[in-house]
Write a protein that binds this ligand. Sequence first.
Ligand code: ADP
Ligand code: MG
Length: 697
Amino acid sequence: MTANIPDIFASNVFNEEVMKARLPKNVYKNYKRTIQQREPLDMTTADFIANAIKDWAIEKGATHYTHWFQPMTGSTAEKHDSFISVGANGTAIMEFSGKALVKGEPDASSFPSGGLRRTDSARGYTAWDPTSYCFVKEGSLYIPTVFVSYTGEILDKKTPLLRSMDALSTTAVRFLKLFGNERVTRVTSTVGAEQEYFLIDKAMFDQREDLILTGRTLFGAKPPKGQELDDQYFANLKPRIAAYMAELDEELWKLGIYSKTKHNEVAPAQHEMAPIFTTSNLGTDQNELAMEVMEKVALRHGLVCLLHEKPFEGVNGSGKHNNWSMSTDDGQNLLDPGDTPMENLQFLTILCALIKGVDEYADLMRLSAASAGNDHRLGADEAPPAIISMFLGEELEAVLKAIENDEAYKTQSSTFEIGVNALPSFPKDSTDRNRTSPFAFTGNRFEFRMVGSSDNIACPNALLNTIVAEELSQFIERLEPFKGSNGFENEVKKLLKEVIKEHSRIIFNGDGYSAEWIKEAEKRGLPNYPSTVDCMPHYTDEKNLRIFRKFGIYNRNELTARTEIHLEKYSKTIRIEARTMVEMARKQLLPATLDYISKLCASIANKSQIGFTSRTETSMAEKLNELADKFYDSIQRLEERVNKACLVEGARQQAEFFHDYVLAEMDIMREIADEIELIMPRTEWPIPTYSEMIYNV
Ligand code: ADP
Ligand code: MG
């Protein structure tokens, strides 16, 4: 199977090229204008587009269409209607109206609304987001939509992202004018999400109830070999993995996703796919799609793709490195230092806006990546810590130091005056990369590494956009009076100096995985929120609510609702995990242990009849018997605690209870079970071991 990429690329996507070819000229023009000016589509245009989309989709084998949206459940949602209609004399005709394209009315009552429903406003509708492309998949036309309540309250993940993109654009365009960039009319945030994942054999997966129900292993002793040899990262691809990746690429390309890079990751059985970056809203859709395709293609290869942040204890977890930047409609990347002094000054100012923003809103950054799954990853086994800090690289840090101290910036060969000379371009060299930083500058973008592998990236990007919009708007206020005057440059330098002085505590270039950093960060006064329950309540802090309101991202109700949804999801996740543990322990692991103890006892009894000693069996039986008692007690305790947790009132209090009491007991139980596993013969242990799962493909 060799794919001709240009031939198949986006062959299932109704993108601009197809629209141009299939729509009457004036309709296409109307559509383009609508997008550029962010206006609603008029019905005549919508009818034309709907008809063209329908014909195109039917040619691609579609019989149905669905509004595709991203509710707060964390997965995408779809409900399929066929194009079928009753024609003359009872014939069937295929119909699709502009109205059906633009608006849908799914029953919203079963999606999490975080209490918005109580105000009787959660009856919802979906609305086409014409900035994202429609596509055909598995016999249906997919229409990317946003999902809002009838009273306008947002019920999904895409709406805040789109709002934040608009806020950022408006602000950044004004900001750029200060630097003489008069031509720019739109600034778009961009994202390239590197997606990490595990692949294991389906036959193994099917034997593990924990993987089936929770996506991660709740039991499992460490294998003799972990990732200590570093022999998996970038290792050659095994044939089965290579075949999987080839088919995955092809499927992604058909959907217009520029799958670019694929390689083995650090942990055994761990891999990565990185697409070429695109606009944040398209990037979000494409990442959701990519995850779905990854799972489906795996099944065709007898594999299961695990997207959980921490499927296996003791080896690396999976993240989704969220590469973020901003592009102008005239093609500049705003995080590219540029070739002229003015461009550099602009770049440094944006950089300082980010430094200030990340420092002031570290709590938002942290909680944008918070989930029960990611809690196991952050701060553990080679993942970024739960503390937000920024990495800029030696060179940029030296530039900032020079600004702070009113000095010229010296390189080996020359001296640079900020705002007079052009800065030397910064090496985009991987040797200068700090892979332990949660938020790292990588030459022309920031890489936010905290995001979990299974998470929807709309939220982190929406928050990042809002934070940057806020800082830029503060800078505008300060600098606008100096626009075009001689004093402008000086005022910028003064501003930068102040920001660097006040906020450089957020910059950290050392080893983010070290224990010293935790102490150092505390000294610097940086927040450290190890878990979801620690950070999530800060969503609604007044300072955060203020910026969301200022830019029209969330109102208080929406924010409170969102916080509640996240905390409830946290509690539910732990509850399911705990109950799965109890079930596996009771139905599989404890019975197996007791069985084996009786086998040992039988052997001891048999041997004693012929006068043999049974030192080994006796010692093993004693040890196992002792562990079985502990195991049993832990099962009882865990069950009791889960039941209690379910009765706790209040989303936050309940999540805290799950964290402090239930999760803690789960850890205890796992430790006991893993100790038992290490003593038991393989033939007696009822579930696949870590070695079997991660070295089997
Ligand atoms: P690395 O593993 O070294 O971080 P990768 O090539 O795996 O690099 O991933 C880099 C990601 O960053 C890719 O998805 C790439 O498209 C993305 N990227 C590059 N430039 C930008 C940008 N301006 N905005 C957003 N993402 C970008
Ligand atoms: Mg990478």
